[in-house]
Design a protein around this ligand. Structure first.
Ligand code: FAD
Length: 474
C-alpha cells in the first residue's frame, strides 16, 4: 500500500505537515499529485500571472520532490466537483491507502475536501488533514466569550499571548525515500489554462524563495517601519506571491525573524515588530473568512452594508482600471498593477479607497479586478483589504476615513519619483506640479493625461452622505 500527498496552496517541501507525515515511515511508496482546475480558477478570478507562477513553481517542486524519490503527477479536473472521482480513481490505480492534505482557506475548498474524504472513505482510503491555513489555526484565537475577534488590535494581543506560549517550530524537509515512486508525469501539461502568463519563465525554487526571505530579514527588516509606506523604495519583503501559493509558510517567515534576533518576541526591533504585525494581519483575515462563511460569498462583513446602493459607473471603473483617473498616485498604482501583477500596499489602500469612496463603485468590482491581475491574489487578504478600504469590513475606524489622494502622494511619494516611473506623461513635471498636473491647465502636460474624474472635496462630501445613510438606518 502507498500514500498520496495532494499539493494545493502548499507548494513547498519544507514546513509541510502533509508531506512530512506521509513520509514519516521509511518503508512504502509516497506519491504526489497536483490538480489543475481551469474553469474553477476562472470562477475564482485567478490571474494569468498567478497561474503562471504556480506552473513555474510546480516545475521546480517536481525536481525537489524527485530528489526525495517522490514522483509528482499533474492531473486535470475542470472544476472542484470533478475532483472526488478523479482522486478516487487515482487512489485505486496506485493502491493508495492514505491521502495527506493541508487544509485550504475558503468555503468551496472546504466543501471540495469533505466530498473527497467521503468518496475515499467508500474505498477504504483514509484522509489525513493538517491545519496550515494560518500560523495559529483558525478558531484558536478567541475572545473571553469564545467568539471570533472582529477587530485587529485585540486579536493581535490574544494572538501574541498564544503564540508566545506555543512558540514556533518548522518541520524539516523529509528524508529521501528508499523506494522510488513512478517517475513524475506532466501528461496534462497541455491543460494549463491558455491565458497563462508565459512572459516570465524564471524558475522558482524553494532555495530562491528562502534566499529572498533571508535577505529581507538580514538587510531590510530593520528599516521596515519607515520604508514600508514609500512605494518608490523596495522596502517590503515581496514574499506575498510565494505566501499566496504556499511556496513558503508564514511560520517560516516568523522562524527566520526570531532566528536572526534573540529568539524572543519581546526583544524585536521596531521594524521587526511592524513586519510581524503584517503577518498577524494575514492570520486575522484568514481567521475571519473561516469564522464568517459569508465573506467567501461576496457579502459584507457588516451585513447592513449589503444594502448600500453603489453608483457603479462602468466608464469610471474602466478609467480606474486603466490608471486614467487624473489623480497621479492612483494612476501610478493601477498601472503598476497592470504591468507587474503586484501593487505596493500603500497604493492598494489608496486606490481601493478611491474606487469605493470617491467613485462610489462597489468594493466587489475592485476585489474581482485585483484577483484578475494580482500575482499574489489571496481570497482572505484581498477580501479583508477591500472591505477595510470600503468600511464594510472588520475595522475599528468608521466610514469617514477617506484617503485624500493628493495628500497621500505628497506624503508617500514626496519627490514624485514613483509617479514619474509609472505615469510617463508626467515625467517632465517637478514637485509640486506633478501632484496636481491639471492645476496649471492642460498645456502643462507633455502627453494626454486626463483631468481628474472627480473633484476630491465634492467626492468626499458625497461619500460621507452615502455612508451616513446606511449608518443612520442601522
Ligand atoms: P510585506 O510588507 O513584506 O508583508 C509580509 C507579508 O505579510 C505579505 O507578503 C503578506 O502575506 C502579509 N501581509 C502584509 N500586509 C498585509 C495585509 N494588510 N493584510 C494581509 N496580509 C498582509 N495581500 C495578499 O497577499 N494578497 C492579496 O490579494 C491582497 N489584496 C489586498 C487588497 C487590498 C485592497 C489591500 C489594502 C491589501 C491587500 N493585500 C493583499 C495586503 C498587502 O497589500 C500585501 O500583502 C503586500 O503588499 C504584499 O507585499 P509584501 O509581500 O512585500 O509584504
Amino acid at each position: 500500500m502507498a500514500k498520496l500527498v495532494w499539493f494545493r496552496d502548499d507548494l513547498r517541501t519544507l514546513d509541510n505537515p502533509a508531506l512530512f507525515h506521509a513520509c514519516e515511515k521509511d518503508e512504502g511508496q509516497v506519491f504526489a499529485i497536483y490538480v489543475i482546475s481551469p474553469t474553477q480558477w476562472l470562477r475564482h478570478h485567478w490571474s494569468p500571472s498567478r497561474i503562471g507562477l504556480i506552473r513555474r513553481r510546480i516545475e521546480a517542486l517536481t525536481a525537489e520532490l524527485a530528489a526525495l524519490n517522490i514522483g509528482l503527477t499533474v492531473l486535470m479536473a475542470d472544476t472542484y466537483s470533478e475532483i472526488p472521482e478523479l482522486i478516487a480513481s487515482h487512489c485505486q490505480a496506485n493502491d493508495i491507502d492514505h491521502l495527506f492534505i493541508n487544509k485550504e482557506v475558503g468555503f468551496n475548498e472546504g466543501k471540495r475536501d469533505r466530498e473527497v474524504k467521503a468518496a475515499l472513505q467508500l474505498l477504504g482510503v483514509a484522509t489525513v488533514a493538517y491545519d496550515t491555513r494560518a500560523i495559529l489555526p483558525p478558531g484558536s484565537v478567541l475572545t473571553g466569550k469564545d467568539k471570533p475577534f472582529s477587530v485587529f488590535t485585540p486579536f493581535k494581543k490574544a494572538w501574541l499571548r498564544l503564540f508566545s506560549s506555543a512558540g514556533v517550530s518548522c518541520l524539516p524537509r523529509p528524508k529521501a525515500r528508499q523506494c522510488h515512486t513512478l517517475s513524475s508525469s506532466h501528461n496534462e501539461a497541455s491543460s494549463w489554462p491558455e491565458n497563462i502568463d508565459v512572459n516570465n519563465s524564471q524558475t522558482v525554487t524553494e532555495e530562491q524563495i528562502l534566499g529572498t526571505l533571508r535577505q529581507f530579514v538580514a538587510e531590510k527588516v530593520k528599516d521596515y517601519h519607515a520604508d514600508r509606506d514609500v512605494p518608490a523604495i523596495a522596502g517590503t519583503s515581496a514574499l506575498s506571491p510565494f505566501l499566496a501559493i504556499g511556496a513558503i509558510s508564514a511560520r517560516q517567515c516568523i522562524a527566520r525573524l526570531l532566528y536572526q534576533g534573540s529568539g524572543d518576541l519581546s526583544a524585536l526591533s521596531e521594524g521587526e515588530n511592524v513586519w510581524l504585525s503584517e503577518l498577524v494581519w494575514r492570520d486575522f483575515y484568514r481567521h475571519l473568512i473561516e469564522a464568517y462563511p459569508r465573506l467567501s460569498m461576496h457579502r459584507s462583513f457588516k451585513p447592513a452594508y449589503d444594502s448600500l446602493q453603489w453608483c457603479n459607473d462602468a466608464q469610471l471603473f474602466q478609467q480606474w482600471c486603466d490608471g486614467l483617473t487624473g489623480y497621479p498616485l492612483v494612476d501610478a498604482g493601477m498601472r503598476q498593477l497592470k504591468h507587474t501583477g503586484w501593487m505596493h500596499n500603500r497604493l492598494r489602500m489608496v486606490v481601493a479607497s478611491f474606487l469605493t469612496k470617491h467613485l462610489l463603485i462597489d468594493w466587489r468590482w475592485g476585489e474581482r479586478y485585483f484577483m484578475q491581475q494580482l500575482v499574489d491574489g489571496d481570497l482572505a487578504a484581498n477580501n479583508g483589504g477591500w472591505q477595510w478600504a470600503a468600511s464594510t469590513g472588520a475595522d475599528s475606524v468608521p466610514y469617514f476615513r477617506i484617503f485624500n489622494p493628493l495628500l497621500q502622494a505628497k506624503r508617500f511619494d514626496p519627490d514624485g519619483s514613483f509617479i514619474r516611473k509609472w505615469v510617463p506623461e508626467l515625467k517632465s513635471l517637478a514637485v509640486p506640479e506633478i501632484f496636481e498636473p491639471h492645476k496649471k491647465g492642460r498645456n502643462l502636460l507633455a502627453g494626454d493625461y486626463p483631468m481628474p474624474v472627480v473633484i476630491h472635496a465634492e467626492a468626499r462630501q458625497r461619500a460621507l452622505a452615502f455612508y451616513k445613510g446606511i449608518n443612520d438606518a442601522t
